[in-house]
Unconditional design. Structure first.
Length: 112
């Protein structure tokens, strides 16, 4: 019997830069290069209002509220600001109240 070899048609060549054949198995841990150590440790963000034990968030305290707004006027999300869920809701309400009485702008500068 004659052995047949599978070959790719000439019209569809293999993309350059990709190795041919099956992928090699990964090391334990599920990631390639799992032996490497992290160069830095990610610190868990803590809620600044829980640490200070502040009783409430004042909508008239613009210095504090501006910390939680981007320069375009958007409210920072909880994963970026590090607030707990309760204080993030209070921050959102305080920002909305101060916007409604024109202490804070609804949007940032439109400088293109």
């Amino acid at each position: 019997m004659a052995e047949t070899t599978e070959s790719r048609p000439a019209s569809s060549p293999r993309p350059e830069g990709r190795p041919s054949g099956p992928r090699p198995p990964h090391r334990e841990g599920g990631r390639p290069g799992g032996d490497r150590k992290r160069r830095f440790q990610v610190r868990k963000k803590v809620c600044r209002f829980c640490v200070d034990k502040s009783p409430f968030i004042d909508y008239k305290d613009l210095k504090t509220l501006k910390f939680f707004i981007t320069e375009r006027g958007k409210i920072l999300p909880r994963r970026i600001s590090g607030n707990c869920a309760r204080h993030q809701r209070e921050i959102t309400v305080a920002i909305q109240r101060s916007r409604n009485i024109a202490l804070l702008p609804f949007s940032g500068d439109k400088s293109n």
